[in-house]
Design a protein around this ligand. Structure first.
Ligand code: THU
Length: 136
């Protein structure tokens, strides 16, 4: 799978970050099974706990618009004034993704540039996620 375009969209999304507290800007681009892409950035708040990650910004917008099947997400993060490095999703975002994404198939692309990235399966980053089946 060629993730060049998805990474490019994550990089573009990162420029929409509202992160005046952490000065750490994150961008995400979520690829739906139908080929559409939803972008998200982190949006912080003076009450720090209210802040939202880039991944969930993208995921919740997609779900709001009726999407339910997803193939991959590209994530890019960068501290202000520093060189970018791979940015892994937080635990809450991994759990949010597992609600809709197959752990064995869904790919998480951690990127620095279109050429410099690493791909993980959701199952590698979230083994034994809590799912709908766990409730029954
Ligand atoms: N953040 C994300 O948006 N995604 C991640 O995968 C890790 C962390 C945000 C949350 C907060 O706005 C900033 O990065 C620093 O933690």
């Amino acid at each position: 799978m060629d993730y060049t375009n998805l990474i490019r969209k994550a990089l573009e999304a990162r420029s929409h970050s509202y992160s005046p507290y952490s000065h750490f800007a994150v961008g995400a681009a979520l690829l739906c099974a139908d080929g559409t892409v939803y972008q998200g950035a982190n949006i912080e708040n003076a009450a720090f706990g209210v802040s939202q990650c880039a991944e969930r910004t993208a995921l919740f917008q997609a779900v709001f618009e009726g999407k339910r099947e997803f193939t991959a997400i590209a994530i890019v993060g960068k501290a202000e004034g520093a060189e970018p490095k791979l940015c892994a999703p937080c635990g809450i975002c991994r759990q949010a993704l597992t609600e809709f994404c197959s752990p064995e198939d869904f790919e998480i692309v951690l990127a620095v540039t279109e050429e410099n990235y690493k791909i993980y399966k959701l199952a590698e980053l979230l083994p034994l996620g809590f799912t709908n089946e766990s409730l029954h």
